[in-house]
Design a binder for this molecule. Structure first.
Ligand code: NAI
Ligand code: 15L
Length: 281
C-alpha cells in the first residue's frame, strides 16, 4: 500500500488549484472525500441540499446544489479547474427521476464547465451502459452500448456529452464505467465486477492528471481472477489494478448460488436488467 502511494505521488505530483466533487455524501463520495485533498489545494464539496452533514475541513468548501438546477450548477463550477462527477441517481429508477439528476444534471454540468473554463472532468459512468452483454462475453470500450435500463441510458448519455464537449470545446473527460466499488464484493456477480476503493482512487488520480486524455472510456475494475472487460482502449492512463476479489471468494461462495438461468448469473448488468417497468400509479 505504502509502495503504491509513493509510486503514484511520484508519477503525479501536480495539483489543481480548485477541484469540485459532486455526490460527496454518497457511498463512494464519503470514501474519497478525505483522499481528494492530494489532488487540489481547494476542494469544493457538493451534494443535494440537506444531505451533507459533516463540517468542512480547512481545504474544503461545502456548496449544496441540486444538479437539475442549471443556474446553481453554473455557480457551483465557477473557479474550478477540474470536476469529479459522482452526483446523481445511482440505481435503476423511474425515467422522470433519472431525467432530472442524470440527464439534465449532466447537461448542466457540461454547460457550466464550458462557461466556467473547467479543463478536466472525471465522469462516474457505469457498467450498466453495457449491461445487456452476457457474462461469457469480453467487451472493450468500442463495443456497441447496450444499456440495461434508464439509469444505464443516462450514463450512456453522459458519455456522449463528454465526447461532444471534447470535440466542440476541448473539455477533457475520463468516463469511468465503474463496475462495483464497495468495501468488498457482495455477491457472485461482483467477483467479476468489483473494484476496490484503493484501485478506484488510483484510477481517479490517473484520470485527473494523465495528459491529453481527450475523451477516454475506462472500465473501473480490480484485477479480478475473472472479468468481462478489456481495458486496452484506456491504456493511455497506465492504470494497473492491484487488488482482486479473490480473497472474498470463500465467503461469497458460502452463500446459495442463483439459478443458472437467473439474469444475475447470465448478464453483465445482473439484476438491473429486470428492474421496471415503472407504470404510473
Ligand atoms: P450514491 O447513490 O451513494 O451517491 C450518489 C450521490 O449523488 C448521493 O449522495 C445523492 O444524494 C447525490 N445526488 C442524487 N441526485 C442528485 C441531484 N439531483 N443533485 C445533486 N446530487 C444528487 O452512489 P455511489 O455508489 O456513491 O456512486 C457514485 C457515482 O458512481 C454515481 O454516479 C453512480 O452512478 C456511479 N457508479 C457507482 C458504482 C458503485 O459501484 N458504487 C458503480 C457504477 C457507477
Ligand atoms: C452501479 O452502477 C450502481 O451505482 C451500484 O450501486 C452497483 O449496483 C453497481 O452498478 C453494480 O453493477 O454492481
Amino acid at each position: 500500500m505504502e509502495q503504491r502511494n509513493k509510486a503514484s505521488s511520484r508519477e503525479h505530483s501536480a495539483r489543481f488549484e480548485r477541484l469540485l466533487l459532486t455526490g460527496a455524501a454518497g457511498g463512494i463520495g464519503q470514501d474519497i472525500r478525505h483522499r481528494v485533498a492530494e489532488f487540489a489545494h481547494h476542494v469544493r464539496i457538493s451534494d443535494l441540499p440537506g444531505v451533507l452533514v459533516s463540517e468542512a475541513a480547512l481545504h474544503e468548501e461545502i456548496v449544496p446544489c441540486d444538479l437539475a438546477d442549471r443556474e446553481a450548477v453554473d455557480t457551483l463550477a465557477s473557479g474550478c479547474e477540474a470536476v469529479i462527477h459522482l452526483g446523481g441517481v445511482s440505481v435503476e429508477r423511474p425515467f422522470e427521476e433519472v431525467l432530472e439528476a442524470n440527464i439534465k444534471g449532466v447537461f448542466n454540468l457540461y454547460e457550466a464547465a464550458r462557461r466556467q473554463g473547467v479543463k478536466r472532468i472525471v465522469f462516474a459512468s457505469s457498467n450498466h451502459v453495457t449491461g445487456f452483454y452476457r457474462q461469457d462475453e469480453i467487451i472493450d470500450a468500442t463495443a456497441r452500448k447496450r444499456p440495461d435500463g434508464y439509469y444505464g441510458l443516462s450514463k450512456s448519455f453522459g458519455e456522449d456529452m463528454a465526447q461532444l464537449y471534447f470535440d466542440r470545446y476541448g473539455i477533457e473527460t475520463v468516463s469511468i464505467r465503474i463496475g462495483s466499488v464497495f468495501p468488498e464484493p457482495k455477491d457472485r456477480r461482483m467477483m467479476a465486477s468489483w473494484m476496490s476503493q484503493d484501485d478506484f482512487h488510483d484510477l481517479l488520480r490517473r484520470s485527473l492528471f494523465t495528459p491529453d486524455v481527450g475523451h477516454t472510456i475506462a472500465f473501473g475494475m480490480s484485477a479480478n481472477a475473472h472479468t468481462w472487460w478489456d481495458n486496452r482502449c484506456a491504456a493511455n492512463l497506465g492504470f494497473v489494478p492491484r487488488d482482486s476479489s479473490e480473497p472474498f471468494r470463500a465467503k461469497i461462495e458460502a452463500t446459495p448460488p442463483p439459478l443458472p438461468t437467473d439474469p444475475v448469473a447470465v448478464l453483465q448488468g445482473g439484476a438491473f436488467t429486470t428492474i421496471g417497468p415503472f407504470d404510473p400509479v
